[in-house]
Design a protein. Sequence first.
Length: 619
Amino acid sequence: MVAASSAILSSPRAGSSLAAARVRSAPAPSLVAPLPCLRVRSAVVSSSPAAAVAASEPVGRILDAGSDGVLWPKPAVLVAEKLSEAGLAVLRQFADVECAYGMTPAELLAKVAQFDALIVRSGTKVTREVLEASRGRLRVVGRAGVGIDNVDLQAATEAGCLVVNAPTANTVAAAEHGIALLASMARNVSQADAALKAGKWQRSKYVGVSLVGKTLAVMGFGKVGSEVARRAKGLGMLVIAHDPYAPADRARAIGAELVSFDEAIGRADFISLHMPLTQATSKVFNDDSFAKMKTGVRIINVARGGVIDEDALVRALDSGKVAQAALDVFIEEPPAKDSKLVLHENVTVTPHLGASTVEAQEGVAIEIAEAVVGALRGELAATAVNAPMVPAEVMSELAPYVSLAEKLGRLAVQLVAGESGGIKGVKVVYTSARDPDDLDTRLLRAMVTKGIVEPVSSTFVNLVNADYTAKQRGLRITEERVSHESPAAEAPLESIQVRLSHVQSKFAGAISDGAGDIVLEGRVKYGVPHLTVVGPYEVDVSLEGNLILCRQVDQPGMIGKVGNILGQRNVNVSFMSVGRTFRGKQAIMAIGVDEEPDKDTLENIGKIPAIEEFVFLQL
Ligand SMILES: NC(=O)C1=CN([C@@H]2O[C@H](COP(=O)(O)OP(=O)(O)OC[C@H]3O[C@@H](n4cnc5c(N)ncnc54)[C@H](O)[C@@H]3O)[C@@H](O)[C@H]2O)C=CC1
Ligand SMILES: O=C(O)C(=O)COP(=O)(O)O
């Protein structure tokens, strides 16, 4: 990977210069740029409109990828609930791992700021408070399982904290547990077992009901629901299902009929719940829905306690409307010792054991450990819950453009004059030979946002929170794709243009002629981002190090004069490019410099008579 493209993705160590950090190579293109806390506030112009916002100290630890691809210092991972040894082994190869099982919420709050990643199961609530207590250090929450209703996704997104889960490894275990509850409930296994152990031989009391030929309604025809349906078919049951989002052909392939909610609950002898807990499904099984069911219906819940109104279920059990229930999950876990529901004689309970098989726990542990390690490295896990997924091959192709997009944003915001009253509209124009469907610009848009927002605020921006951050700050980002007639072009993009509309610039040369926008455009050349347009001027300067833009009257000797001043002060010029409108009229000089010139040096450049204006910009 080229040095320039790794710049936005690996992070400088504390105290190192940005330029020094830029040449470090990252092991692989990072999708969430960067999960390590990249803070560049110290390197920005102080006269930017919102610079005053950027007052607080950086938070989070600086992590950097060495040439071996291992992050330094090692990230710290807190495992808050029992995770199988196989997953811990994956984590330990990469991170310092602390297992602190059974913490109280207060203990978690006190500890969380020392960790880059937190791994939980269903027993830990990752609230807004937890994310705030991490003070920006927590970059990944890994949920070793499916349900993420215990994680405040909105708060995580706002904090730029990626949430990943392990959605597939416990599917079969949960389905098997559903079937186990179905069969044991129908045959009163747990009640008869308890009675016999208490010395009671009660054969007539525990006569059960048969499954064969009965109708099972599977509510939520996703991974677990469809596996339950498949198994129930094998038991000779008639399976109907309700799921507003499930494809009918998948249901047909298993031999299940997709029907409406009312029809499903109205026709069923057994109802098995497999939908996630969301606002829409919360207490969807309530007095009204129980009233629509057949008298003597039996209910199994291996999904989430919250989809049932538990008080209503007790009433339905007492009245005989619901003959039996088998429950693995509860609104409050563990439920109160005197819970009427748990103690009800027609209810079979297990303590949230759906995913608890040796095999499933090993599977989820490995799945989540790999996702967390990948995310800490800056890759976007395929199981990201609160970020768009960008396939690895797309990312590696876009990597230099990702860098270009951020740098254009970063330069553009530094050109805004203090009295502009804030940036309102940002337009990003992509010129590409690709079909629009083949060009995923979410990452590029996120990086333009990062470039614009980070230099002038204390906000850490990545792919997770870029759109949210833009919205919060009233930044309206629009995108336009311009097709470039070059069918043979292999590059995904020809150029990226960033326009800030209706702002004043501290460098009038950056304002385009027509619309009065600040306009910057760039291209990737040999894998390196270049600035190619400033306002109406064409330039060509590699976007490395810092940049001086000067506008002057086009005349001989200007390059020498500026070069001399910089040379005398030991400031190394890396690139220089001059663009002009017409001979003898105005021109601009774009000068790449490795070091930051001191104030006097810049003032001396400004004193050259033909120079009309100049600006120093940091990348
Ligand atoms: N008890 C346990 O230990 C376990 C519980 N679970 C829970 O089981 C549930 C299902 O998990 P998966 O099948 O892996 O998830 P999934 O995402 O594959 O399936 C959920 C299905 O519910 C459907 N759905 C969403 N809203 C619905 C609604 N209003 N009505 C009907 N269907 C709706 C979705 O379209 C989707 O097809 C989740 O709540 C999960 O947390 C999963 C594993 C273990
Ligand atoms: O994966 C799920 O959604 C589960 O409910 C499993 O929960 P657990 O990891 O066993 O606490």
